[in-house]
Design a protein around this ligand. Structure first.
Ligand code: BGC
Length: 737
């Protein structure tokens, strides 16, 4: 009898459950996801489970055809939906229906300091991904801006953990509301491209937790990200795509991440580690997936046949794979098998205009002596536009974020669209870059290519600059190798292709010159005193030219603020002064610890070109006195800081009001101040608003390495409210009791 009961129990537990309407539970979307996962899992053979854990093509992974579980499709990210590529190659598949809208680069999004812009970005790119049948969007990226030489900074959100944490969350939610998983990358410490495949980062726990992890933590715990991409580099001697500390201990245990960890393409190196140290889905291990030995290469991935063999031999437990499959199924039920997901939309005017609005909010006016900008239509009959970046396509190149776009408006076109016949616009290249991005066939150096004659280009530019009413120089970086581009870092902090000399020469012949930098990185400006106006316009996507023109003529009042410090010279960045870059090719030591960006500039009293948080407007804002709701804080209290801000200029404008907090005395060294709040407000001339920020105990804490936890010490805290990290308009203080 007992035996019969046991047999019955086994049959009940192992027989897949079928709902009354005969739909298997795992296909019944009215059932809770966890129940569906367990049901699907017990129907799968070991072989089917292992198949789920690795790629089947360059950008897709297996489903379980027998059970009606579809394949999973992924796409870069993070600025638009990448073109379709061939099954096993990076090369484009030459579709005619995959030209997307390119949104501004993430540095530009961060420069908006506007969480609504981030939500709009996420929603729009999520819709594009959904329409194209993508289940996972490979982005956003939130690696911290440690050095301006990092070729991939343009795909990230700047130097500050608080700013990037706040900005990443709405993006993720916007994407995922479309039934598309955001895949937040590159976890973690991927702060340089040089040696990225193997360099081992040595960083203190405190810097790891205070600087490099917060945006990822916010992405998971506040944004609810459904997937995360491991980085190429190593930490504590383990590759980040299979890293016990980062993936198992921090991400999955401490942060309770329930989604899937996806490897960066080719970031997996070992079956045992990949199985046990937190990876769930292996992608991109060999580029040519079809011709590896007698079987296809995908079966030879570390998490394919080698894993199957190790499970069969008992070296790896089946439970290890079950955990991965649960996570992957969870992601599939949220995306590919989500029956409530919307249809999405693609290449629409609505998305293009969303991109334009983000660009308009992110463009930063760095300098504007004598109000040279906006362009005065009454005094401007002749405009000289100079520089290759006025016409260069910027959505192509740069590595995996390269896009095939429906269209891209260049700055020159944007100006012509806006100005029409109201003024004469002349153009000269001024300088030219060689075509060097070898990975993109469109950029292959043609045979017999000769660098253009720099002297001749400069002369042509000077000739048109001389008698113009205003000179608009469009320069900066581009998406070629060793510029703003994946896989390589910049070789110099200075502008390339002789631009520094050209700008100096142009400024000599015409004092009315505005320099518009197009880049994803800070650049040196040895000519900063010679030109009255400077603008950072980033890589701004499909509508970039129209967005830039609207700011130059004053249809839109600039309101972006820098998400990173623009230092005078490279050695002013702590990574280059006291830290290491790029390391000795095996290890790189982050000796500067938590003192990254403005934290270092404050500590060292280093003068910058333009500080973190800086950005001008065509109007002026007057800040009143900051007040606090109470003079002291006890645990659990919320203190409110209030400050009136008034537009005292003649035009409507937006201001980003920034709140920094500093601990006056502490048992460990702390930054003078750290960003803990920001609000973007819009004010008509003469209008005043009172801006309020709430401060809680968490805003006062540091990571205490001795107890491995966050802690705040009693005493005095300074609160600074200002228009940038150095333009502090009012300060108050309180005590923590
Ligand atoms: C990049 C990732 C990207 C992946 C797929 C890798 O080289 O590091 O960011 O998502 O390729 O294109």
């Amino acid at each position: 009898m007992k035996k019969l009961f046991k047999l019955l129990a086994i049959i009940c537990l192992t027989t897949p459950v079928v709902a009354q309407n005969n739909t298997p539970v795992y296909l019944d979307s009215s059932k809770p996801i966890e129940q569906r996962i367990e049901d699907a899992l017990q129907r799968m053979t070991l072989e089917e489970k292992v198949k789920l854990c690795h790629a089947q093509s360059k950008f897709s992974s297996y489903g379980v055809p027998r059970l009606g579980i579809p394949e999973l499709w992924m796409s870069d990210g993070p600025h638009g939906i990448r073109e379709e590529v061939l099954w096993d190659e990076w090369k484009g598949a030459a579709w005619t229906s995959d030209s997307c809208i390119a949104f501004p680069a993430l540095t530009c999004l961060a420069a908006t300091w506007d969480v609504d812009m981030s939500a709009l970005y996420g929603k729009s790119i999520g819709e594009e991904a959904r329409y194209r049948g993508k289940d996972v969007l490979l982005g956003p990226g939130v690696n911290i801006y440690r050095t301006p030489l990092n070729g991939r900074n343009f795909e990230y959100m700047g130097e500050d953990p608080y700013l990037s944490s706040r900005m990443v969350v709405p993006y993720i939610k916007g994407v995922q509301q479309n039934g598309v998983a955001a895949c937040v990358k590159h976890f973690a410490l991927n702060n340089q491209e040089k040696y990225r495949g193997h360099i081992n980062v040595e960083v203190s726990d405190r810097a790891l937790y205070e600087i490099y992890l917060p945006a990822f933590k916010a992405a998971v715990m506040d944004g609810g990200a459904w997937s995360i991409m491991g980085a190429y580099n190593q930490y504590k001697g383990q590759h980040c795509c299979h890293n016990q500390y980062l993936l198992n201990d921090i991400l999955k245990k401490d942060w309770k991440f329930d989604g899937a960890v996806i490897s960066d393409w080719g970031g997996v190196h070992d079956t045992y580690q990949a199985a046990n140290y937190g990876l769930d889905l292996e992608m991109g291990t060999w580029t040519d997936g079809l011709s590896w030995g007698k079987t296809d290469a995908y079966s030879n991935y570390y998490l394919a046949n080698p894993l199957l063999e190790k499970i069969k031999s008992g070296e790896i437990k089946e439970e290890v794979v079950n955990d991965k499959v649960r996570r992957l199924l969870r992601m599939m039920f949220r995306t590919s098998m989500n029956t409530n997901k919307p249809w999405g939309s693609f290449g629409t005017e609505e998305h293009a205009l969303a991109g334009r609005a983000i660009a308009q909010n992110g463009i930063v006016l760095l300098k504007n002596d004598k109000d040279l900008l906006p362009i005065n239509p009454d005094k401007t009959k002749k405009i000289a536009v100079i520089g290759e970046n006025a016409v260069k396509i910027m959505t192509l190149g740069g590595g995996s974020s390269s896009l095939k776009v429906k269209y891209e408006v260049s700055p020159l076109e944007g100006l012509k669209n806006r100005i029409g016949n109201a003024a004469e616009i002349t153009y000269a290249t001024g300088y030219a870059s060689p075509l060097t991005d070898k990975r993109d066939p469109k950029y292959v150096v043609p045979e017999g290519y000769k660098a253009p004659d720099a002297e001749k280009l400069m002369k042509e530019a000077i000739d048109i600059a001389k008698d113009a009413d205003i000179v608009l120089f469009f320069g900066g970086l581009n998406k070629n190798e060793n510029q703003d581009s994946e896989g390589t870092d910049r070789l110099s902090y200075n502008l390339p292709y002789g631009q520094d000399k050209l700008i100096t020469e142009l400024a000599k012949v015409n004092k009315n010159i505005a320099v518009i930098i197009i880049s994803g990185n800070a650049v040196a400006m040895p000519w900063v005193k010679e030109v009255p106006s400077i603008m950072e316009a980033w890589f701004s996507g499909t509508e970039s030219g129209n967005a830039i023109a609207s700011v130059l003529v004053g249809d839109v009042n600039p309101s972006g603020k820098l998400p990173m410090t623009f230092a005078v010279k490279l050695e002013d960045y702590p990574a280059h002064l006291v830290g290491e870059y790029p390391g000795d090719s095996i290890n790189v030591k982050y000796n500067e610890g938590i003192f990254v960006g403005y934290r270092w500039m404050d500590k060292n009293k280093t003068k910058t070109l333009f500080p973190f948080g800086h950005g001008l407007s065509y109007t002026k804002f007057q800040y009143g006195k900051a007040t606090l709701s109470a003079p002291a804080m006890r645990d659990g209290d919320v203190l409110t800081v209030s400050i009136p801000v008034k537009n005292i200029g003649k035009v409507r404008g937006k201001e980003v009001v920034q709140l920094y907090i500093g601990d006056e005395k502490c048992s460990v060294e702390r930054p003078l101040k750290e960003l803990k709040g920001f609000k973007k407000i819009e004010l008509a001339p003469n209008e005043e608003k009172v801006v309020e920020f709430n401060i809680t105990l968490d805003d006062l804490k540091f990571y205490d390495e001795s107890v491995h936890d966050w802690k705040a010490e009693q005493g005095k805290f300074n609160v600074f409210v200002g228009a940038s990290s150095t333009d502090i308009r009012s300060a108050v203080n309180f005590t923590l009791q």
